[in-house]
Design a protein around this ligand. Structure first.
Ligand code: C5P
Length: 226
């Protein structure tokens, strides 16, 4: 299991200070929309230069197939290691993205977002008119058929996804509270042990690390446990 640290701090400098503290540790860095829009693509090479970290660029693409595939090609040229798109954009969009990326000499891992972990059951059905479980099953099968590498999901769906697709189909699970920290705005949170037994391939941890007194120490504790 790999640990992705979410760089969700309010400024570029605060993110860089955090990453310097993590130098030498075996973690992936998750760059989200805020940092990417604010700091520009240059932040990615700067982050890599700070210690050979793998970069997970989490932009959650969602558009018509051709526009998504165009964007995916541009993102792949940034030499990132993992990207995301919304499975609810549909199977045709996912296939188009994969066919363009597979034509490249090197491509990032591509994961599909099923249900955002902030959704409560009633909020989810108000948008998707379905239960989280059904929708996750449907989205995962569709992403698997389209040739993606895996899904972003809550820990509680990881085992189900592997059951309906394959054990090799990756799951990346945010909403982790390693040592019982506050849930913040996440509705479905889980511990490290939950993530392990659900066979998560990647866990994403943000606030429990960057809001800690000593981010390096808590990161090392998490790495030791996983
Ligand atoms: O601070 P926390 O550990 O809750 O951060 C979780 C990170 O994972 C955030 O960057 C959030 O955007 C992201 N994420 C999520 N749920 C998803 C996909 C991504 O919480 N389904």
């Amino acid at each position: 299991m790999k640990l992705c640290v979410a760089l969700d701090l309010p400024s570029r400098n605060e993110n860089l200070v955090l990453v310097r503290e993590l130098s030498g540790l075996d973690v992936w860095l998750k760059v989200g929309l805020r940092s990417f829009l604010r700091d520009g693509a240059g932040i990615l090479s700067e982050l890599k230069g700070l210690g050979g970290f793998k970069i997970f660029l989490d932009l959650k693409l969602h558009d018509i197939p051709n526009t998504m595939a165009d964007a995916a090609e541009v993102i792949a040229a940034l030499d990132v290691d993992m990207i995301t798109l919304h499975a609810s954009a549909g199977e045709r969009a996912m296939c188009e993205v994969m066919s363009r990326l597979n034509a490249l000499s090197k491509r990032p891992l591509v994961l599909a977002v099923s249900a955002l972990t902030s959704f409560k059951a009633d909020e989810f059905s108000a948008v998707y008119n379905d239960s989280v479980e059904n929708a996750v099953r449907k989205f995962s099968l569709s992403a698997h058929r389209a040739g993606l590498d895996g899904m972003v999901c809550s820990v509680f769906e990881s085992a189900l996804i592997k059951d309906v697709t394959s054990d090799e189909f990756l799951t990346l699970t945010p909403g982790i509270r390693p040592f019982g920290e506050s849930t913040n705005d996440q509705s479905r949170v889980a511990s490290l042990d939950d993530a392990k037994s659900a066979k998560s391939d990647f866990i994403v941890v943000g606030r429990p690390i960057y809001k800690a007194q000593n981010p390096r120490e808590i990161t090392q504790k998490i790495l030791a446990q996983i």
